[in-house]
Write a new protein. Sequence first.
Length: 66
Amino acid sequence: MGEFLEAYEAGYLNVVGEEDLAFRYGVIGYPTYLLIDPQGAVFKRYVGALPGLEERVKADVRELKS
């Protein structure tokens, strides 16, 4: 995901968490990606190796910014 964030100059925090963080966010599978809104709430959750994930995340970030 790091290369994706660098290539698209993501203007948001990216975190790789520990077990306690996974527990607090209810992670049930790996990998799990969470898109968090500016207020700290989970906006979108992506679980597993999903086809087209990059495009889905970009679209969801655009939606979040609008």
